[in-house]
Design a protein around this ligand. Sequence first.
Ligand SMILES: O=C(O)CCC(=O)C(=O)O
Ligand SMILES: [Fe+2]
Length: 344
Amino acid sequence: VNTHEIRLGEADRCSLANGADRCAFDPYRSFDPFLREAAASFQSLSDGVRDAVGAFVAGSTSSSTLLIDGVPEDPALPPTPTHDDGSRYTTSTVSEFTLCAIASAAGEPVGYAPERWGQLVHNVFPTAGELIPSQRFRTGLGFHSELSCHHESPDFVLLLCLRQDPEREAITWVLDIRTLLNELPDPIVDALFRPEFALDLGKLHYVYLSEGKRISNRPEHRPVISIFSGDRSDPAVRYEPALMTPLTDRAREAFDYLADVAPSMATPLVLTPGSALLIDNRRTLHARSSFRAGFDGNDRWIRRMMIASGPRGRALAAAGRIIDADLLVGWSDRPTVTSLASAS
Ligand SMILES: O=C(O)CCC(=O)C(=O)O
Ligand SMILES: [Fe+2]
């Protein structure tokens, strides 16, 4: 199944809201102490909620996304911004506290230095310029796994809805890879396990440098990876069609097949204020429909956090949380389009 849903009761909702009110730390200045209090607040939630999140995070449920309803809303939410300049935008810290509380159960919040000012809390709302992919609204976002081009891609992505679009058109789609696998013929699965997909790092929206120079579209800057890796019945996925090119006919066929079947197998979710969506990014594809925006303060507004789990998450947290790694170095254990061409 693609997703499970739990709902926080009144006591748990109040406990998070009060925790945020009482917390003396500023998430934008003293992130780690703020996170520690949020983590303690998560530990004080009812057993049912902690167990459900814990089982989900451990991968022992049959779904790869968890919808958590009934989280506290911001009582003084300002109008939705129309342009992202990296500000904090809210005065209450209830949304940051809720994000941190849930994230603490899944791993460690991380940021990416070249993206969104290296922020740990991202704001996702429509902008007239639509320059940042997630800020698109006219065309929607196709199925993808988050930061697939980054060797330090997050294990979990957490979305928290602050405001729904007034027309209620926006739909977030989720697709568990195990659900998808049931529909893929063996030869297609085989092809998706083969390292025959080039990462087009030069097309990344943000400026990633390697040895001081912007990563380009040249073949030596295009690592070659597989879309599936690991366990044949429960693989990890990296998929971002806009930033990937299949290099062989069989890879192209599988790539197109996947794009064709994904929409019909996915589950539509409507995020509303008070709902959070925890996505296991290693085994989920997600997408978002188009929706209308009026730039009048009433537009859709999501807050988002990237999470790395386990020993990797702890190491990244200890190193300051903001990943500033050289992508080409990070992928240097993979062939590139150049090295494959010279080998053949
Ligand atoms: O806006 C959404 O519902 C999800 C958008 C998305 O793909 C993301 O923020 O990573
Ligand atoms: Fe996404």
